[in-house]
Write a protein that binds this ligand. Structure first.
Ligand code: SF4
Ligand code: SF4
Length: 384
């Protein structure tokens, strides 16, 4: 069980950096100030010794324009998996971001995040409204409601991502129902349920996040189940809403959990010879969802290859924790480190697939020229 915040900070402050070898941020950056122990000690100095938050007031970060080290965490959970005390630095560092925000020490890269998030939601709504077939497919009370990812920072164009994803989900589930009439009734979640609010949460904007979570929870109340494509939002809905005092009525599934029990019924018209799979951290280490995506991929590909770091040992691609906004170059380098593992895969040229559209988008933007796809689109293409 994760110790409380104060105990966690004490454990880390006096720890001889036993988990440093696991942190993808400190490994890729080779910056000693970004090991889990250093980041936790930085926070402990402010929490327990009341040192000032503002970077101009203290420490090695003072001379640089870099964000505080507490923002150099993707929430991947690799350090926790290695910690004998079960400390979860990512959770502590998210609380640190709340306190930094209150002390007006947040990074300039996140200054307009609430406005950007509101615009992303509007763009998602506008994009979904352009497809007439979607208006007839809004989820009804008691249905499984699909929650598309938000359109934030979409390299394919802000409008394309959520719309393409919603259409892919409907096509795949329609094909499944032909073979399996017992497949549950599905539709697209009514707006504003298009993002669970992960960007607000990860920025430490506690009040905007709580307000967004309450609006989201109210919008999805009629549904029996939510099927979510984004891995961090799946985790947020399952584990963080309740902790933030926002009860959620429907059960929450990742799309792979909804679809995998019906995998054998998916018609496969265009099978792939092989592919490699990237475990999204919030899906794998945080929620233990390893097998459902692999089960679906085995249905459409002759061979599902593992990268050298996979399942519990999977290496983060740098997409989480708003790292692409606060440390863009570092997040890109992490993605390229992850893609470089393909060279050691059994099929180096096979497409790399993630079960989270956020990972796919970040990997695609950071490693152009590499064949990348996400689970839902691949299922749609293979069964179309
Ligand atoms: S998370 Fe655990 S292993 Fe890592 S620095 Fe803290 S106490 Fe040490
Ligand atoms: S959660 Fe991941 S990125 Fe954050 S400190 Fe731990 S290992 Fe590093």
């Amino acid at each position: 069980m994760t110790p409380d915040l104060e105990t966690s900070l004490e454990h880390c402050t006096f720890c001889p950096r036993l988990c440093s070898h696991t942190c993808p941020v400190s490994l890729t950056s080779a910056r000693e100030s970004l090991t889990p122990q250093s980041k936790m000690s930085f926070y402990a100095a402010r929490k327990l010794a009341s040192e000032p938050w503002h970077p101009s007031a203290h420490g090695p970060e003072a001379a640089s324009s870099r964000p505080l080290p507490i923002y150099a965490c993707t929430g991947c959970g690799a350090c926790t998996a290695a910690c004998l005390h079960h400390v979860d630095p990512a959770q502590a560092l998210m609380q640190a971001r709340v306190e930094a925000e209150q002390a007006e020490a947040g990074p300039s890269a996140l200054a307009d995040l609430p406005q950007q998030h509101a615009q992303d939601l509007q763009r998602t709504a506008a994009a979904l409204a352009t497809a007439p077939q979607l208006s007839e497919r809004t989820a009804q009370a008691g249905d499984v409601a699909f929650v598309p990812r938000c359109s934030s920072d979409d390299s394919e164009g802000n409008e394309a991502g959520p719309l393409r994803e919603a259409l892919a989900f409907l096509r795949v589930t329609d094909r499944l129902r032909v073979e399996r009439p017992d497949f549950p009734a599905v539709g697209i979640a009514a707006l504003p349920a298009s993002c669970a609010g992960y960007p607000l949460y990860a920025a430490g904007l506690s009040e905007p996040f709580r307000l967004h979570a309450e609006a989201f929870a109210h919008a999805v109340e009629p549904y029996e189940t939510l099927a979510v494509s984004c891995a961090p939002c799946t985790w947020l809905l399952r584990e963080q809403y309740a902790q933030h005092g926002v009860p959620l009525k429907p059960r929450v599934l990742h799309v792979s959990e909804l679809l995998s029990p019906y995998a054998e019924a998916l018609p496969v018209t265009r099978p792939l010879a092989a592919l490699s799979y990237h475990d999204p951290c919030h899906l794998g280490r945080r929620l233990g969802i390893y097998e459902p995506p692999r089960q679906l991929l085995r249905r459409i590909a002759g061979r599902v290859c593992e990268l050298p770091h996979h399942r519990e040992e999977s290496r983060c691609c740098g997409a989480g924790g708003l790292l692409p906004r606060t440390e863009r170059a570092l997040a890109g380098a992490m993605a390229r480190d992850r893609v470089a593992e393909l060279a050691e895969s059994e099929q180096p040229l096979a497409p790399l697939v993630s079960a989270c559209p956020g990972c796919t988008q970040h990997l695609r933007r950071s490693a152009p020229g590499v064949a990348l796809s996400d689970l839902l689109h691949l299922l749609d293409e293979a069964s179309g």
